[in-house]
Design a protein. Sequence first.
Length: 505
Amino acid sequence: MLLADLVDTVETVTATRSRLAKIEALAAVLRRLRVDEIGPVVGFLTASPRQGRVGVGWRGIASLDAVHAMDPTLTIDQVDEALDALVAASGSGSVAARGATLRELAEQATTAEWDFLSRVILGELRTGALEGVLLDAIARAAGRPADSVRRAAMLSGDLGETALLALTGTAEELDAVGLVVGRAVSPMLASTAATPSEAIGAVGEASVEFKLDGARIQVHRNGDDVRIFTRNLADITHRLPEVVEVVKAMPVTAVILDGETLALDENDAPRPFQDTMSRFGAAAARETVLHPWFFDVLHVDGRDLIDEPLRMRRDELGRIAPEHRIPGEVTSDPDAAERVSQEALAAGHEGVVVKAIDSLYAAGRRGSSWIKVKPVHTFDLVVLAAEWGYGRRQGWLSNLHLGALDETGEFGGGFVMVGKTFKGLTDALLTWQTTRFPEIAVRETPGTVWVAPEIVVEIAIDGVQRSTRYPGGIALRFARVKRYRDDKRPAEADTIQTLRGMLRG
């Protein structure tokens, strides 16, 4: 397939706000692909090439001096091979080799194709074709049930492989995709409510559990082999030996657990989140001991439990890890839920998560059956840009442009700007921003550095208000930075739809 055909499809998807039109346009191009083109094209559509990071940043692309082709001749195969070459370049002379490959690719591409490829390489493609839309398009193109495709993608953790299986395999092969002990699965996510009573009203009888201020972990054990993954599915087993030992002591042979880990002080109160995250870095400080707590079990000794109700999974977790199960209480009483929330806050934790007691484990999805409740409104947003400061902040990147995830494509997809803030930024954070943001810059305008949407920041707000200034129709009220969430992916950011739901009336 010519790259131009894919670029035309992306332009069509970008130009429409209709979800059905997006799905049909993407399905049409997927039906035309050869088997070996499926993986690369899915990577291009999600701005996540199968090669991962290719060692090219905004400055490398901006400084490129190339004359683009007049007519489209570049194929999907040629682009994929060029990205392979960029990744393969290493050692002495790698910079020159990478530059030559990039220049050759740019010269083979038309202006429209190069604009598309630049955004794919930098990870800032905004087509409105979010993962959910693309999953539906794969299902449409393959003639498979959308639920089957979505489930396979979440359990395999690989959208490209799921597309390949759906488009070329049988329905039985697609439905056979399941949990594999040792292979990380996308975690289930929670929506947000203002109070425990509101959450209980939404889900009915529920497990009301402490929401720890820790780092989420997914732990797999197969015999004596234990692997630990972050919420981003990165393997950090070698950095958490104390967690490995806890799981090895459990009375099971094979298990997949979902939970959190955090550091405690001498009074068994949670230490600052940064102390916990210090153990996840390359130069981990081993004197900070992490303690694991688990709130779900997905597999035990040959049995997948994700399609079993939480009531049963909770009992099973209590059997195999009673001393490491996150505190909580099963109730349908709003007053009891409020009491558990106050107990969690008194113990130094963030609040509670209210989970429908008969809910299934929806891997990789943000459902309505898990609802997190914090005493203040906090949201995980994505940094879109930063402005150069003035006065005391002269020379520092300061005022942040904040974006919420457009989960449905209602506002064009990608991330929708919802406000700015410079509040809550310490000198240490300002220094870090000023160093980090230029490394992921995609363009610069006077006074502002625009960055690839890959950094998640937790923002506290007093609420939202209607606004004609931003495309989502809302603006944050009294936003301030709480912390950066380098344990979260942009796809896990809170949505514009959730924020709009806070509008009164």
